[in-house]
Design a protein around this ligand. Structure first.
Ligand code: HEM
Length: 503
């Protein structure tokens, strides 16, 4: 009986694969007759997935050298446009912004974002608009950011204290230290809650696993009949991650309900709970909706900002003249008699240039998050069907010699020191590590403050050297892809020695 059952399914799967194969081939051959932008020839079933390698932004940048700045590829059977120049980014993120302002559903986004009821993966429409507005008004706008300044100052000081108390004969794990910092800040700002170091490390792993699952090609997304077989073991990982995430978010909400004090300033959780209780609200929010939005804040804040701090520290460590300029500026503006305050940041212009240059060369979301079109449209003579995915290769755009000169690959913060330079680059879609248009990152301002402040304080309070007096040029700068984000492949270690007499 069991053998018959297995045989039946093998035949069924073979038949399905055959049908899909034939259908896919007929679609591919029709489309290759010129209605779509050029691109590499796709294989049946997998499309061009085999060409993406371990670092898709690099593989796609190389392919765009051959096929041009607007390229069509297939991810599985899904038609995907890849944009690799500022002109094309303008075309899609400005001129056609509204058409490409939605997100694609997948098993991962459904599982981990409570059926896409968050902000990041929510389809374009009034619900997304309302939730995004709530996050901005309660957490991410300049006034709220200013209100939460004390949290960032406390957490950055706490990080410095941990480093002072650490065993100074051993290299410090900078990656882990700044990851805990970013997670601690976002948890206190969004949930008003302070967590233990172990908890913060667990949240950070949960976020990393989520990004990995969002970005992993899941066969079941393209051949739903195969979902039950869980060929890649992804369903199990999705279930486990969802369970951990749900447990944590339930606790956050329960604590807020239990300690609801109208005299204490409201945080994002309180505001979402009030919105859920409001019978006249435009959207009747469920508990799942609240959890989805809260998890977004962790997703946005806990992984990307530390990735940039790590890269900025790496660039400073391997470029002694850059390190010296940064520390000279800190000494001039802040002085060696005290630590950095957030209010010093606007006067630390070289530091700002270092962070912008880091974002240019090491954008944590090198392909942004996939956008999807909501209607058929004509772009530059091509007919692009509704449901087409869009990847914008900001990594390639940030290294384009036409925009950045022959030394585009070099780390040169000085290029951002010229007044008005950044504005022009943003205006022309040449510097877009936070995306642009309707789906652009609402956390940009917060991210810039956290990154600049952390880097400033680390470099002001300590002198740093690489472990075992490693030659700067030998510092490994390779990248690791975490699905839709990219960070250093290896954790960054360096030895701190106190620089300020007050420490
Ligand atoms: C260096 C740090 C950060 C970088 C590089 C970054 C980058 C990005 C990128 C590339 C996108 C997608 C844009 C697109 O699809 O066109 C995005 C979206 C988003 N980011 Fe950030 N981000 C950072 C920090 C943050 C922080 C701190 C938060 C909030 C706490 C945040 C919240 C969001 C949200 C909610 C979205 C989704 C927007 C939407 O789909 O409407 N991000 N971010």
């Amino acid at each position: 009986m069991a053998i018959e059952f297995v045989e039946f399914y093998i035949k069924l799967v073979t038949a399905i694969l055959f049908v899909v194969l034939v259908a896919a081939w007929s679609i591919f051959s029709r489309e290759r007759k010129g209605r779509l932008p050029p691109g590499p020839f796709p294989l049946p079933i997998i499309g061009n997935l085999h060409m993406l390698g371990k670092l898709p932004h690099r593989a796609l940048a190389a392919l765009s050298m051959k096929y041009g700045p607007l390229m069509s590829i297939r991810l599985g059977s899904t038609l995907t446009l890849v944009v690799s120049s500022p002109e094309m980014a303008t075309e899609f993120l400005k001129t056609r912004d509204q058409i490409f302002a939605s997100r694609a559903p997948s098993a991962a986004t459904k599982h981990l974002t409570y059926n896409m009821s968050d902000v990041i993966f929510s389809p374009y429409g009034p619900y997304w608009r309302q939730m995004r507005r709530l996050c901005v008004s309660q957490l991410l706008n300049p006034k709220r950011l200013d209100y939460f300044r004390f949290i960032r100052e406390e957490e950055v000081s706490a990080m410095i204290q941990v480093i002072v108390n650490s065993d100074d004969s051993r290299p410090l794990n900078i990656s882990q230290t700044v990851s805990s910092l970013a997670t601690a800040i976002i948890c206190r700002m969004a949930f008003s809650r302070k967590y233990s170091d172990q908890d913060l490390r667990d949240f950070s792993s949960m976020v990393k696993e989520s990004f990995l699952l969002f970005g992993t090609f899941n066969i079941a997304d393209y051949i739903p009949y195969l979902h039950w077989m869980d060929l890649q073991g992804l369903n199990r990982r999705l279930r486990n991650n969802h369970k951990a995430q749900d447990y944590f978010l339930e606790k956050v909400i329960d604590e807020h309900v239990a300690h609801n004090d109208p005299n204490v300033p409201k945080d994002l959780v309180d505001v979402l709970l009030a919105e859920a209780a409001d019978k006249d609200a435009e959207f009747q929010l469920s508990r799942d909706n609240i959890k989805a939005v809260l998890f977004d804040m962790l997703l946005g804040g806990a992984d990307t900002a530390p990735a940039i701090i790590e890269w900025a520290m790496s660039e400073a460590l391997r470029n002694p003249p850059v390190m010296k300029k940064l520390q000279d500026e800190l000494e001039r503006v802040v002085g060696l008699g005290r630590m950095v305050c957030e209010s010093d940041l606007p006067r630390l212009v070289y530091l700002q240039a270092v962070v912008k240059e880091t974002l240019r060369l090491h954008p944590p979301g090198p392909l942004l998050l996939p956008h999807i079109s909501i209607e058929t449209c004509n772009v530059l003579g091509y007919k692009i069907p509704s449901g087409t995915r869009l990847l914008v290769n900001v990594w390639a755009i940030g290294r384009n010699p036409k925009s950045w000169g022959e030394d585009a690959e070099s780390f040169k913060p000085e290029r951002f020191m010229e007044a008005g330079f950044l504005d022009a680059k943003v205006e022309n879609f040449e510097w877009i590590p936070f995306g642009a248009g309707r789906r652009g990152c609402p956390g940009q301002q917060m991210a810039m403050i956290v990154v600049e402040f952390a880097v400033a304080q680390l470099l002001h309070c300590f002198n740093w050297r690489l472990p075992d007096d490693m030659d700067e040029q030998k510092l490994d700068m390779s990248e690791k892809n975490h699905g839709i984000t990219v960070s250093r492949a290896h954790e960054l270690f360096a030895v701190p020695t106190p620089r300020l007499p007050v420490l």
